[in-house]
Ligand binder design. Sequence first.
Ligand code: S3P
Length: 429
Amino acid sequence: MRQQIMPSKGLRGTLTIPGDKSISHRSIMFGSLAEGDTEITGFLYGDDCLSTVGAFRSMGIAIDVTEEKIVVHGKGLHGLEEPENYIDVGNSGTTIRLISGILAGQAFNTVLTGDASIRKRPMGRVIRPLSQMGARIIGRQGNTLAPLAIEGTRLQAICYQSPVASAQVKSAVLLAGLYADGWTEVVEPSLSRNHTELMLRSFGAEVECAGNRARVKGHPRLLGQRIEVPGDISSAAYLLVAGSVIAGSEIELKNVGLNPTRTGILDVLLDMGADLTIGNQRESGGELMGDIVVRSAKLHGTTIAGDLIPRLVDEIPVLAVAAACADGVTEIHDAQELKVKESNRLETIAQGLRAFGCDITVLEDGLRIVGGKPLAAGAVCDSFGDHRIAMSMTIAALAAEGAADIDGFEAVSVSWPSFWSDMQGLEVK
Ligand code: S3P
């Protein structure tokens, strides 16, 4: 679907950001493995998280979905049943990688697959450590690509030195560790988001974390919980950038997740000169949250690299838009992981911003953006089936000098089905 977008006259008002995608996935997974009911409010009803709901329903878990809450009727660590068919994860990397860890330790077999993007994304990164634990997983192309066939078996605990800072890899290993004797440990090159560690602990597992290490003790008794999912800072990111770069904007974002492993976007935008005020901070289930007010401001270029990257990995496309609107040069390094996301985001963001006349170069490990030139009218860009590219291009279009078109706009439903109507609700008429 093609969406035409007119330049914005300013965005003003208050918005409650949709629920955090990572936390929503985990709430269904851990709720299914817990004894008793788990009640979830603030759940993200996006396509990805609904794929996780479908996966656990197919394994015999009753999940009641209503507008105000979700109730997962968990059946304990050994309560899953063999699904009658393959499990289709759609576009969701989090679903396929995390449940691979869970399924490796079951007493039954499963087959996992997903859409064309999922079938291109690297699965060797989870198959390798899980195989070290004794898992039996095969996949296409020498066990590197989905579909994956998993023969459930007994697992052994390991200490895994992960070559990538990836919460999906870390979580797959830790979740397999629930089914192994003793402590299963993951050491990462930089700390990735720690929602699995925090939520497993709140469900009753023994989890220990120190620096870039996390470990879990096998065979815990998980008990159903009440979970309040905070708003997704990765979704808030579009408004933090839009509110900064579109003159005359002032937006209050309610209930945004502020877990420090996710707030790199705030550090970078503040460093670029953004006007952000954070208030009403509180905690629920170990997760910090608060409200953020963003007002338009003159941004300048910066450098984004190193340990910051995992703390803002999903926000790089929209940060590239901020950089295009900022004075001076922005360089992003150590961001090779972007090549294996829902699309090759280094390429797709560069292609999109070039349609607006932006001077952007794809580097071996990131991007170089020469900012400050107004974004030109008449851009036609593509989402490449990637929700974050569709939304980032929308922000560029709102900040541009004239109308722009985005093809494949429907991809936004992966993480923010009401994105367009929410944006229009903030538009100054
Ligand atoms: C996620 C981890 C990140 C992130 C993805 C969600 C998660 O992926 O990009 O959107 O929920 O664990 P990687 O683990 O591949 O970095």
